[in-house]
Design a protein around this ligand. Structure first.
Ligand code: PMV
Length: 342
């Protein structure tokens, strides 16, 4: 039996534009998905998920996951989460060359679902890592990231970038531009997150930006402008310049609003943070609802968000220096314990 955990993330800069080859900088934060995988005697897969916005979701299937989730899950976002788990198990079976292996999978997560904090990537990364290890195989971190990316690519019908899965695997701040992914050195970043209790539909929001970009040259220019901003943001990040980072976060939020992916609740939380004296604030992830991230080393932003009616939960989100990790592992049936990372 193996338990792996992987962190969620906030986008410091660059969501949406990253889909068109511009750079982005996600940063892993200390909210984790934990996935426990144990081999079973038959060829069935049983997925049990708690803390995924529905109570005690249990899905058991043989072969194809799609039919099973339709029948068993009442809530769409939880259903989507189960699809990520199913695809991640398929990747783990493939990596271990054990296509028929039966597995019990248990998912726990303290990352709000579909809210811009990378819940699906964290679940995918932790499931791949725990799955391969439970099947007696080891993958290095780039291989885990790549397998988890393929999970998102399949579930999101091709509309996924490598940023969430790479960031969740590696931890800290990373820079992603197309297939080029690198770890950045991460200064202390005093993130505060505000959550409106909901979330947008990533697929629809990505499609909306694509339509706008195809229709208007100035929308395509906006996407390029986000790329320029991210390049400056990397310099500010490496210099640990919180003032400049905050200014660029504010501009990024404005550009994302222009692309139609903000929401009244997100704008309310962004303004509450700014008025409380945060260096800057922006939505994080696909938008349409979900979370904002602000940069503030004082308590003022947290307090202001707590008093904002649109904000359901506000919390500090320390940077997760460590990405995916094996939390616990009991011996395999032949008595050996696989070596190596993660
Ligand atoms: O909402 P999230 O955390 O899944 O982020 C989506 C980010 C996008 O850039 C809109 C899409 C992507 O895959 O990069």
């Amino acid at each position: 039996m193996v338990t792996a955990s992987a962190p969620g993330k906030v986008y410091l800069f660059g969501e949406h534009a990253v889909v068109y080859g511009e750079p982005a900088v996600p940063v892993a934060v200390e909210r984790r998905a934990r996935v426990t995988v144990e081999e079973r005697d038959d060829d069935r897969v049983r997925v049990e998920a708690e803390d995924l916005s529905v109570e005690g979701l249990v899905v058991e299937y043989e072969g194809d996951l799609a039919g099973a989730t339709e029948a068993a899950t009442p809530e769409r976002r939880a259903e989507a989460a189960t699809r990520y788990v199913g695809e991640a198990i398929a990747q783990a079976r493939d990596a271990a060359d054990r296509p028929e292996a039966g597995l019990d999978v248990r998912v726990e997560s303290d990352i709000p679902l579909g809210a811009g904090l990378g819940s699906s990537a964290a679940v995918s990364v932790a499931t791949v890592a725990a799955g391969v290890r439970a099947l007696g195989t080891d993958l290095d971190r780039p291989e885990v990231a790549d397998r988890a990316y393929r999970v998102e690519h399949t579930v999101q019908s091709g509309g996924a970038s490598r940023s969430d899965t790479f960031c969740s695997t590696m931890g800290g701040a990373v820079r992603v531009e197309g297939d080029d992914c690198t770890a950045l050195s991460t200064p202390d970043l005093p993130f505060v997150v505000g959550f409106d209790g909901g979330g947008g539909d990533t697929g629809e929001l990505v499609a909306g930006v694509r339509e706008l970009r195809d229709r208007y040259e100035f929308a395509a220019d906006t996407v390029h402008a986000i790329g320029d901003l991210v390049r400056r943001g990397v310099v500010a990040l490496e210099a640990g310049d919180h003032g400049e980072l905050g200014r660029l976060m504010d501009v990024d939020h404005g550009l994302l609003s222009a692309l139609g992916v903000s929401a009244r609740s997100l704008d309310a939380m962004v303004w509450a943070a700014r008025e409380a004296g945060a260096h800057g604030a922006k939505l994080t992830g696909a938008g349409g609802g979900g979370c904002v991230v602000a940069l503030d080393d004082s308590r003022a932003t947290l307090r202001a968000l707590e008093l904002t009616p649109e904000c359901e939960a506000a919390f500090r989100a320390p940077v997760a220096e460590e990405g995916v990790r094996i939390e616990t592992e009991s011996e395999t049936e032949d008595g050996s314990t696989p070596e190596g990372e993660p």
